[in-house]
Design a protein around this ligand. Structure first.
Ligand code: CP3
Length: 359
């Protein structure tokens, strides 16, 4: 943990203001997976430790969260954890393998497995996460984002037993036994709702639901099999009055439905141009994204060009949070992200004011 006091400069609430579509002095920027393997200092912290150990040890999770903030003036911090941490706390045996991702040796395959799952009790079962949130709030002046996995993405890891290209067993269960599927969505949805509520009550100032793989579904199946649980999840958090962010990959065709799930900020990947994505979700929600993370492996001139395109498409409209369209890739040079933060801040100074005057 930092012993030198605030490590991230003057207090700024431009991230929270943008989430609420209020005017900002500059477009806020942060990166999904900003604390990750692309940082040598993260690799050093992780050396000889399991990632779940990092997540379950508040001092280490705090340190991991702070690493990117020490390097660059991002406008938000994201709690260091993993979407599978609360799932393990629900009694599921799992591990996270380097280079692979979550592995569930005994996957959930049918009625009995699903009905055995118990709902998460955050205070009793993930106290270390809530402690990490409380410690972080004492350390940082930028807003802290809490997060959880979305119901489809968590279900996919549980049913497939690991990462999956086609999510075929998950989709088969969904269609073969809609009642069991519905219960799985219900248990995951209510558990993540309780988990996010506990994070906010411990100090998280915004929450993001990563339903990363929901884009694997067609709109009909998303509407019938996933949207109800997600709507329930977000609906149960409205009284907390914090920005609710909803993110998925490959969700171009799902964006209008995701909007109906009730989040106030929609995360978009890079497959849909930002202005089109915004049109699909409506201008009464904020948007976050949408630079292709792979672009960050190219020379700076290419990154700059693509980032400026994203900014041009945001058009200074209030309610844009600059981010990548998915997590930072491990081979990304940290300097590229440092330059990106500066570029976004420099090029958007006073931009929402311009929009307001021009509209
Ligand atoms: O900085 C941050 O964004 C916060 C930390 C964070 C992690 N996982 C830590 C982590 C967040 C927000 C997550 C969310 C997460 N985990 C998602 C949703 C976001 C997304 O990327 O779509 C998903 C699908 C997972 C499941 C998971 N965990 C995967 C696919 C992997 C990568 C496997 C690999 O090694 O390539 C993990 C491991 C993981 N979780 C890492 C990090 C920093 C990789 C580094 C490591 O193993 O130490």
């Amino acid at each position: 943990m930092s012993e030198t006091g605030p490590i991230d400069g003057p207090e700024t609430d431009r991230f929270l203001r943008a989430c609420r579509r209020q005017s900002v002095d500059r477009t806020p920027v942060w990166f999904m997976r900003q604390a990750g393997r692309y940082l040598p200092e993260y690799r050093a912290l992780r050396e000889g430790r399991d990632i779940l150990e990092l997540c379950r040890t508040p001092e280490l999770a705090v340190e991991a969260t702070l690493l990117p903030l020490r390097r660059m003036p991002v406008d938000a911090a994201i709690l260091f954890s993993d979407i599978m941490v609360p799932v393990a706390a629900m009694g599921v045996d799992l591990r996270i393998d380097p280079g692979i991702g979550p592995v569930v040796p005994d996957p959930i395959r049918g009625h009995d497995d699903v009905w055995r799952l118990r709902t998460l009790d955050p205070q009793a079962e993930v106290p270390f996460v809530l402690e990490t949130v409380r410690l972080l709030r004492k350390e940082i002046s930028v807003p802290l984002i809490g997060f959880a996995g979305g119901p489809f993405t968590l279900a996919s890891y549980l049913v497939e037993g690991g990462p999956s290209r086609n999510h075929e067993r998950t989709k088969a269960l969904m269609h073969a036994d809609p009642e069991t599927w519905g219960h799985l969505m219900f248990v995951l949805g209510t558990s993540m709702a309780a988990y996010l509520r506990a994070q906010v009550e411990s100090g998280a100032q915004a929450v993001q639901v990563f339903d990363s793989w929901a884009g694997a579904l067609d709109p009909d199946d998303y509407l019938h099999f996933v949207l109800p649980a997600t709507r329930e999840l977000f609906g149960s958090l409205v009284d907390l009055d914090v920005p609710l962010i909803h993110f998925g990959v490959g969700t171009g065709e799902l964006l209008p439905l995701m909007r109906d799930a009730g989040a106030t900020v929609i995360g978009v990947d890079w497959r849909v141009p930002l202005h089109e994505a915004w049109e699909r979700v409506g201008y009464d929600v904020a948007v976050q994204g949408n630079l292709d993370p792979a672009v960050c492996l190219a020379p700076w001139e290419a990154v700059e060009k693509k980032a400026l395109t994203v900014l041009r498409r945001a058009a200074g409209r209030p309610g844009h949070v600059f981010n990548l369209g998915h997590g930072v890739l491990p081979d990304t040079p940290p300097e590229i992200l440092e330059r990106l933060v500066d570029l976004v801040h420099e090029r958007t100074e006073g931009s929402t004011r311009v929009w307001e005057e021009g509209s």
